[in-house]
Design a protein around this ligand. Structure first.
Ligand SMILES: NC(=O)c1ccc[n+]([C@@H]2O[C@H](COP(=O)([O-])OP(=O)(O)OC[C@H]3O[C@@H](n4cnc5c(N)ncnc54)[C@H](OP(=O)(O)O)[C@@H]3O)[C@@H](O)[C@H]2O)c1
Length: 246
């Protein structure tokens, strides 16, 4: 029970790596706030956590609507009174070529992948600072380090989030530790939406480990970053990618 009685918000936890992390954090004793837009999936995650005897609530928030972020904080405080861990993990993919990206799509991707995390941190960090301790984890990507054809908005947003993670570490310490996880190819709904792992075989071939990652591979690292086992790690972007393109 490495997170006993901690309160953790995990954005984008209705599926994929956020869901796996919500389950793991709850099994380690945290009270978990599950979020996303899909109520059926959010409820299913909370039901599973409760069926195992652990604690969670869900809050439906569309993180592209920045004005709705306050609801997530309000409902968390109403239920649990504090926040100890924030995992900014919700993400929107964009596979539109540079020339065709509309401002609407660009703004949506940036709102979900970057701006919502900034606003959530602005609301949660003062609570953690006052307590004298807190942990923030952000999901970035291997797309924070390199570009590939056809993903301009996504790649720009993930580069931005990597920089923002470092700024957060500088400005929120010493009370709050901030680190980011950069997943490689992880088998989730996002990857299935573009044809599944086999359509990205090149990414698997470019890894020494020669396999697609699983959501639990990310959850395990998030747990490490959330606990005092990583107490001297701050401002880092940790690749969890099977050694992609080393
Ligand atoms: N899978 C990969 O290979 C990979 C690689 C690098 C980075 N990532 C990043 O990993 C993170 C998690 O993605 P995943 O792979 O686990 O995909 P996923 O299974 O599709 O999960 C994405 C999560 O984000 C939530 N989300 C998306 N748009 C949202 C919005 N507007 N408002 C609120 N929640 C929203 C989704 O919830 P709802 O659908 O309920 O709204 C879902 O819970 C993302 O930041 C992604 O960019 C993934």
């Amino acid at each position: 029970m490495r997170l006993k009685d901690k309160v953790a918000i995990v954005t984008g936890s209705t599926s994929g790596m956020g869901r796996a992390t919500a389950l793991l954090f709850a099994r380690e004793g945290a009270k978990v706030v599950v979020t996303g837009r899909n109520e059926e999936r959010a409820k299913a995650v909370v039901d599973q956590i409760k069926s195992e005897g652990f604690e969670a609530i869900y809050v439906i928030v569309d993180t592209s609507k920045i004005e709705d972020i306050q609801t997530l904080v309000d409902k968390t405080l109403e239920a649990y009174g504090t926040v100890d861990i924030l995992f900014n993990n919700a993400g929107a993919l964009s596979i539109t070529p540079l020339q065709d990206v509309t401002l609407e799509e660009w703004n949506n991707v940036f709102n979900v992948n970057v701006t919502s995390a900034l606003v959530l941190v602005q609301k949660v960090a003062p609570i953690m600072k006052k307590k004298g301790k807190g942990v923030i984890i952000n999901t970035v990507s291997v797309a924070s380090f390199a570009a590939h054809h056809g993903f301009a908005a996504y790649i720009a947003s993930k580069h931005a989030m990597a920089g923002l993670s470092k700024s957060m570490a500088w400005e929120l310490g010493p009370e709050i530790r901030v680190n980011a996880i950069a997943p490689g190819l992880i088998h989730t709904a996002m990857v299935d939406s573009i044809g599944g792992p086999s359509s990205l075989q090149g990414m698997i071939d470019n890894c020494p480990l020669k396999r697609v990652g699983q959501p639990e591979d990310i959850a395990n690292v998030a747990l490490f970053l959330a606990t005092d086992d990583s107490s001297f790690i701050d401002g880092q972007i940790i690749k969890v990618d099977g050694g992609f393109e080393i």
